[in-house]
Design a protein around this ligand. Structure first.
Ligand SMILES: [Zn+2]
Length: 334
């Protein structure tokens, strides 16, 4: 893409993103590239790492409406600028990818066949706030739960069989080969339990803790929550409840999780969305209906979900790791 002498890339929005925070950020690009090398088709991950692109805002002088509600058109307004080129022929994206492959993996591809790349903010995650109360970073939804789940799995005892599944594509509906609405988890479990009805028996005796972030009460927008069910930052994991099964929690699974928290001195809270507002969802109900496994939907309270930089409570992570570790170690399920 070339406009006004600038080398730009056309982009597509992934999932339900907050678009405004993407402006004026130092962006880099990473993802998977498929290429041909010595007659074979291969794939590799690449990451440019340093900031190679930016989406500059329009000055307030040229857009007096900017602060009073400005609809962002992704097609026209989001293409990032990569370079200012004297020679229009120099804008060759495949050549750029070939160079990055060579730089990073030390070979030269014969041809770049295809790629799936995403822009991201190069600013590192940080613990911030006067007293270090907050974690700020990209994709806390839902890498925060993946990280806590992995820490808990690594600490799990050998006596009980434990499974951690981290699905891709939750943000776009989960219908994919590796998404929660695909067959991956069931196929893996059936290969572990191929004999007779062992698979069904195991599912019936199991419990799934589906962990994905929740919305904390924001002090500037407190009316967006039910006044009795607004999760607080740094007050522990949240049990998510929705009678229309946007969350798979029921009283039995919620009771078990609450008990587990109390036993392990982990604070716990609950979330029900305002009854006059739509409710988010997660992979809990999808996995529950695919496998028939009892499920509790939980997650850590956060601010700015789906912003380029999200915010969580720095004390909450330890709470989640502690209760998930206890979950993997617990032989007594309801
Ligand atoms: Zn999300």
């Amino acid at each position: 893409l070339q406009r006004q002498g600038f080398f730009q890339l056309g982009v597509e929005v992934y999932g339900g993103a907050l678009l405004a925070p993407w402006f004026d950020r130092d962006l880099s690009l990473a993802g998977r590239v498929t290429y041909r090398r010595d007659g074979k088709v291969e794939s590799q991950l690449i990451d440019f790492e340093h900031p190679i692109a930016v989406i500059p805002n329009l000055a307030i002088h040229l857009n007096r409406e900017a602060n009073s509600g400005w609809a962002i058109n992704p097609q026209n307004e989001l293409p990032p600028i990569l370079a200012q080129l004297a020679d229009p022929e120099a804008a060759d994206f495949r050549a750029l990818i070939t160079e990055q492959l060579a730089r990073q993996h030390d070979f030269s591809a014969d041809a770049v066949l295809d790629y799936e790349l995403s822009f991201y903010d190069t600013q590192n995650a940080a613990v911030i706030g006067l007293n270090g109360d907050f974690i700020a970073g990209a994709r806390l939804d839902n890498l925060l739960s993946c990280y806590a789940g992995l820490q808990a799995l690594l600490a799990a005892p050998d006596e009980e069989s434990c499974v951690l599944v981290c699905n891709d594509h939750e943000e776009v509906g989960s219908s994919s080969a590796c998404g929660a609405d695909g067959p991956m988890l069931e196929q893996v479990l059936r290969r572990v339990l191929p004999e007779g009805d062992a698979f069904v028996r195991t599912i019936q005796r199991s419990l799934l803790v589906s962990a994905d972030n929740a919305h904390a009460v924001h002090p500037n927008y407190a009316d967006r929550h039910d006044e009795n069910h607004g999760p607080k930052l740094n007050a522990g994991p949240v049990i998510k409840i929705n009678s229309n099964q946007r969350y798979a929690t029921n009283s039995e699974t919620a009771g078990f999780f609450r008990h587990l928290c109390l036993e392990n001195e982990v604070p716990v809270q609950s979330f029900v969305t305002r009854s006059d507002m739509g409710c988010g969802s997660t992979i809990g109900p999808i996995t529950a209906s695919q496998l028939g496994v009892r499920t509790v939907d939980i997650g850590l309270p956060t601010f700015a979900m789906h912003s380029i930089r999200e915010l969580a409570g720095s004390h909450d992570l330890a709470h989640l790791v502690k209760v998930l570790t206890a979950f993997y170690a617990s032989a007594e399920l309801p």
